[in-house]
Design a protein around this ligand. Structure first.
Ligand code: NDP
Length: 342
């Protein structure tokens, strides 16, 4: 059983060498005697920015996202096939998505089973359940519809807009009749935003010496909704450009995850003057919407109303570099690792 393990806790920017590919000598493809749960074969793994936060010794304040144990495999979302089941809800051959290990085969214990979803629709690529039809997709859906309270004609800005979450938020916003602008870190991503995902405008934030001026160019009358994925200087510039009673959904702050001390935010007084509502959210509190979300998004994919870009690498050994690439913006679209295609 090949596994990607965390070698030691990480400070600062993560490196590939913080992780290691280990091969355990033997694997019996049977659940240990007396154990409950499932034995699964992992097919697709999801590289997600929050994984870095679990590489730090300090526990996060969300218990399910606690720190990894050095010497043990990285865990995260993935798509897997059930090889053996001692849980009446699953049977051999079922396809599932949810929490699993960065390894070829995983034992999913009775507690972890609660995070698994059985995959019922297999007429879309299975890797979609790591992204558009999985955790990032639900994040975009819940964050945009539940937290942003969008109205037709509103002006929406999305940072890290070409990524797993951002590309969907932008498309949901277009389907809601909003004016949508996204930012990303390369020309290729900016072109995707405008030509593939249908954003009204997009810009490369790395080429803007003054983010405040860039936002004023695209939002001369201000921003109604900001979908926050990056934090730091971007948030500060956005705060200067919010409209009266605008909303900010704080989904993530990837620019802060590798810093030992988060940057300060200076323009919070704008929240008072403009009566802006800022709200963070965690997707784990929105899984009750998952079936409704699937009913909306699956037909939209099939009818071509929503498109999706993923960045797929082959082989478990590529997982460490794929993960690190998230923090330099190397991924173009949702970062997926193929462990096995069947
Ligand atoms: P992406 O697919 O967007 O990948 C991350 C992207 O972030 C990179 O490609 C890069 O794009 C950008 N980025 C990296 N470092 C920086 C930086 N220092 N400054 C600005 N941009 C940077 O990731 P996801 O779509 O999966 O996640 C997006 C955000 O949503 C993250 O913050 C994540 O933590 C958060 N999230 C939150 C959830 C929740 O429950 N609240 C659930 C899921 C995700 P570029 O080239 O544009 O710089």
């Amino acid at each position: 059983n090949k596994q990607v393990i965390l070698r030691a806790y990480v400070t600062g920017f993560p490196k590939e060498s913080d992780m290691q590919l280990n091969t355990t000598s033997t694997i019996t493809l049977k659940l240990p005697q007396g154990s409950t749960g499932l034995l699964v074969k992992n097919l697709y793994l999801s590289c997600d920015p929050y994984i870095r936060t679990r590489m730090t010794k300090q526990q996060s304040d969300t218990p399910s996202f606690g720190a990894f144990t050095p010497g043990s495999p990285i865990t995260g979302y993935g798509v897997a096939k059930v090889l053996e089941s001692r849980d009446e809800r699953f049977k051999q051959g079922d396809l599932v998505w949810g929490f699993t290990g960065w390894e070829e085969y995983s034992v999913i214990n009775a507690t972890q089973i609660e995070s698994l979803f059985k995959i019922k629709n297999t007429d879309v690529p299975l890797s979609y359940y790591t992204g558009i039809l999985g955790m990032p997709g639900l994040t975009a859906y819940a964050g945009f519809y539940e937290v942003c309270s969008p109205k037709k004609g509103e002006r929406v800005y999305i940072s890290a807009a070409s990524g797993a979450v951002g590309q969907l938020v932008g498309q949901f916003a277009k389907l809601s009749g909003c004016y949508v602008v996204g930012s990303a870190g390369t020309k290729e991503k900016v072109d995707l935003l405008k030509n593939k995902f249908g954003f009204d405008e997009a810009f490369n934030y790395k080429e803007e010496p003054n983010l405040d001026a860039a936002l004023k160019r695209y939002f001369p009358e201000g921003i109604d909704i900001y979908f926050e994925n990056v934090g730091g200087k971007m948030l500060d510039a956005v705060l200067l450009n919010m409209r009266f009673r605008g909303r900010i959904a704080v989904c993530g702050m990837i620019s802060q995850y590798n810093l030992e001390k988060p940057e300060g935010v200076h323009n919070l007084m704008s929240l008072i003057y403009k009566e802006v509502r800022i709200q963070g959210f965690g997707v784990h509190n929105y899984y009750h919407l998952y079936e409704k979300f699937l009913e909306t998004v699956l037909p939209a994919i099939k009818e071509g109303k929503i498109t999706y870009v993923e960045d797929v690498v082959e082989g478990l050994e590529c997982a460490p570099s794929a993960l690190i690439g998230l923090y330099t913006g190397r991924n173009v679209g949702k970062q997926v690792v193929v462990v096995s295609r069947e």
